[in-house]
Design a protein around this ligand. Structure first.
Ligand code: TEU
Length: 530
């Protein structure tokens, strides 16, 4: 039970490469920048870094539109830089997870450049081309996630092509065996280079219903939400493909693949990470959960309920697509609530994912309309202000550009960097950064925190979330007070009579002694006892 498997027991840290650290002074982060921060990441205690896409891309969707799957974007460096980063990371015990965006390519990818040459081009069938419906217009009513019809008219060939996201992101035809082979070769290329794992972007969209039937209508706010997405995702062929991908990965030791299940119920995600398929599928419940312990507990229990016993859960509070947790539920400059959230994330049964800057409580930047770069924001302002807010430069120190590097950063740093930064927090024993570090160290030390049974305690659903993590040899108690004022954790039977030892608290330095089976928690206290 004391075994340590990096993707199950470890912590995975997501880096948005444009925004982490710049070695070149170009205003854009790069691989050498990341490499220079490996000591920081090792000190923080993470086991792996997941890099958002680093491949050549015209950056319509900032790397999620790939024009070459087997090279590095010149902004980020070269394959040699990548090899150097991988070697250094491995030497420090840090694994590398790459983001594979295989549902669509960039319209600048040579395959698409070929395909749009005409109906007879050998690459035509790499994408989804269709004639107009009889009488004219797109072949069906499918909507793009990023707005409008998902079909783009190509005047030259008199056909439409399909794109679930921007029109510069044409979806590939996964039913074409040549595409399937080419994509599996992409996995092989990076596996051979020593990559440890992959995050699959919107993998459950790879297959669409072959007959392309109209989606039935639904009440919803905007285009994409105004239909039931029955036919443009989650088709049965997916399972066989996942099994093939898994079999390929299993030819290499300790490789890992986590999928981003787009817009689907947890039951569906659970199917995708059943044995023999993905190691994990993201559970995004906590990205939208309000600051209520009952909601988080429900998210955990729903996930545990649908997962097969051989599957492994994962939890995430932040990523590059949503408002940062510190902006969602942080209170002014006070970080105590963020410590409670961190203690939860890092003590649940499941792989925790962190997002760069979360460990110092970075807030979203706010931009004027004219400064918005994310096309979602440009299109949907003010209904959706885009995703630039959570992609600002990492706040390393109080020097110019937050220590991100010389040159005007591609997005402005949050103005609070003068006091909210990694260097300042490293010096402050009570900082959020040091709290994360202690939590990561505790996880490493205590197998119960990684692998133990998760057992909720009777709790006060509007104030306290309490649970045990138990192995055969260890019982840990986690108590999280979500409120600003004191609260009670009621323990029953043998738990009440135990002599507890303090492992961690943001509010006390000695273990509490239960009185009549009750532990008194301070406001916004995160408490871990053994
Ligand atoms: O995201 C899919 C997804 O969930 C988003 O498109 C979401 O709907 C959007 O962010 C609105 O909040 C993945 C990537 O994470 C995202 O960055 C890409 O833009 C998208 O796929 C297309 O590749």
């Amino acid at each position: 039970a004391e075994s340590f498997l990096w993707w199950r027991d470890g912590v995975i840290y997501q880096i948005y490469p444009r925004s982490f650290a710049s070695s070149s002074g170009s205003g854009v982060g790069d691989l050498q920048g990341i490499r220079s921060k490996l000591p920081y990441l090792q000190d923080l205690g993470v086991d792996a870094i997941w890099l958002s896409p680093i491949y050549p891309s015209p950056n319509v969707d900032f790397g999620y539109d790939v024009s070459n799957y087997v090279d590095i974007h010149p902004d980020f460096g070269s394959l040699a830089d990548f090899d150097a980063l991988t070697a250094d990371a491995h030497a420090r015990g840090i694994r590398i997870v790459l983001d594979l965006v295989l549902n669509h390519t960039s319209d600048q990818h040579p395959w698409f450049q070929q395909a749009r040459q005409g109906r007879d081009n050998p690459y035509r069938d790499y994408y989804l081309w269709r004639d107009p419906r009889p009488g004219g217009g797109p072949p069906n009513n499918w909507q793009a996630v990023f707005g409008g019809s998902a079909w783009e008219w190509d005047e030259a060939s008199g056909q439409y092509y399909y794109h679930m996201f921007y029109k510069q992101q044409p979806d590939v035809n996964w039913r074409n065996p040549a595409v399937r082979q080419a994509m599996l070769d992409v996995f092989r290329f990076w596996l051979e280079r020593g990559v440890d794992g992959f995050r699959l972007d919107v993998f459950n969209l790879y297959f669409k219903h072959a007959d392309l039937p109209d989606n039935p209508p639904k009440l919803g706010l905007r285009g994409y939400d105004r239909q039931q997405h029955l036919y443009d995702n989650n088709q049965p062929e997916m399972m066989g493909l996942l099994e093939e991908i898994r079999a390929l990965l299993d030819q290499y030791p300790e490789r890992y693949v986590v999928g981003e299940t787009f817009d689907s119920p947890a039951e569906m995600a659970a199917q995708y990470c059943a044995p023999g398929r993905l190691h994990a599928a993201f559970n995004f419940k906590m990205l939208t959960q309000g600051w209520r312990p009952g909601g988080y507990l429900r998210a955990v229990q729903e996930w545990e309920h649908v997962l097969s016993p051989e599957s492994w859960p994962n939890y995430v509070l932040n990523n590059h697509d949503v408002r940062r947790s510190a902006s969602r539920f942080g209170r002014g400059e006070n970080d105590e609530r963020l410590k409670v959230a961190a203690a939860m994330l890092l003590s649940l049964r499941g792989t925790p994912f962190l997002y760069y800057g979360e460990e110092i409580g970075m807030r979203d930047i706010s931009l004027r309309r004219s400064e918005i770069l994310d096309p979602i924001g440009k299109r949907y302002w003010p209904f959706h202000k885009g995703r630039d807010g959570c992609r600002a430069p990492m706040q390393w120190d109080a020097s110019e550009n937050a220590g991100f590097g010389a040159g005007q950063p591609w997005l402005p740093p949050h103005p609070d960097y003068t006091f909210r930064n990694a260097a300042a927090q490293a010096e402050d024993p009570d900082s959020l950064l040091n709290f994360y570090k202690r939590l990561l160290a505790l996880r490493r030390e205590h197998a119960a925190l990684r692998q133990g049974l998760f057992q909720p305690l009777s709790y006060e659903p509007r104030a306290v979330l309490g649970y045990l993590r138990q192995t055969q040899t260890e019982t840990l108690l986690v108590a999280l007070n979500f409120r600003r004022w004191p609260a009670r954790l009621v323990l029953g039977g043998r738990l009440a009579g135990k002599r507890w030892r303090l492992l961690l608290s943001n509010k006390r330095s000695e273990a509490p002694v239960p009185q009549d089976g009750v532990i008194a928690l301070a406001g916004e206290e995160a408490l871990i006892l053994k």
